[in-house]
Design a protein around this ligand. Structure first.
Ligand SMILES: NC(=O)c1ccc[n+]([C@@H]2O[C@H](COP(=O)([O-])OP(=O)(O)OC[C@H]3O[C@@H](n4cnc5c(N)ncnc54)[C@H](O)[C@@H]3O)[C@@H](O)[C@H]2O)c1
Length: 143
């Protein structure tokens, strides 16, 4: 299994983030523009929350809150689960499964944000690892 640092090395897109004072409308525009499902919420360079499509559905759309008047601080998830680059893909899958989350910010030992890993990134890695193993086995059998 690979380490998260390897997945980050393969991704060359910066983390898309919002401020707690941004509006929900701004966050939705970013989610659409970058075709992603969650935004990291940054305040003075520190991760203070995550705002996902699920947060929007449950905390904004369902109660009928205003897109323009509601700030991200009011509706973000402020209990953030992190990982570090030295954790494995398997560990991250376990965290996502246990916590029922789909995005994990990656931070260093000083809590500096290094990237973000989504459930799709992990599934892609598992599939390519399995394809590699199958190829090796086929070569072994036919070789
Ligand atoms: N082929 C691929 O490389 C690949 C990788 C991941 C996801 N996907 C597909 O995209 C769809 C949705 O994926 P998902 O549910 O994992 O979530 P998602 O749509 O939020 O993530 C899609 C990609 O954007 C990245 N991303 C997410 N939030 C980001 C942010 N705030 N800043 C920077 N990058 C961010 C993720 O790491 C991932 O690589 C699924 O259909 C999945 O299979 C494909």
């Amino acid at each position: 299994m690979k380490y998260i640092r390897h997945l980050l090395d393969e991704k060359n897109r910066p983390v898309v983030a919002v401020a707690p004072t941004d509006t929900v409308q701004r966050a939705l525009a970013l989610l659409a523009e970058f075709n992603i499902g969650a935004l990291v919420v940054l305040e003075k360079g520190k991760v203070v929350g995550i705002f996902s499509e699920r947060d929007f559905a449950r905390k904004v759309a369902l109660p009928g809150k205003s897109f323009l008047a509601t700030s991200i601080r009011e509706v973000m998830s402020d209990h953030v689960f992190y990982v570090t680059p030295s954790q494995t893909v398997e560990e991250c899958m376990a965290i996502m499964t246990d916590r029922r989350i789909r995005h994990l910010p990656v931070v260093d030992e000083t809590q500096k944000l290094l990237g973000i890993i989504s459930i799709g990134d992990l599934v892609k890695e598992v599939i390519s690892h399995q394809a590699f193993q199958i190829e090796q086995l086929e070569r072994y059998i036919t070789g």
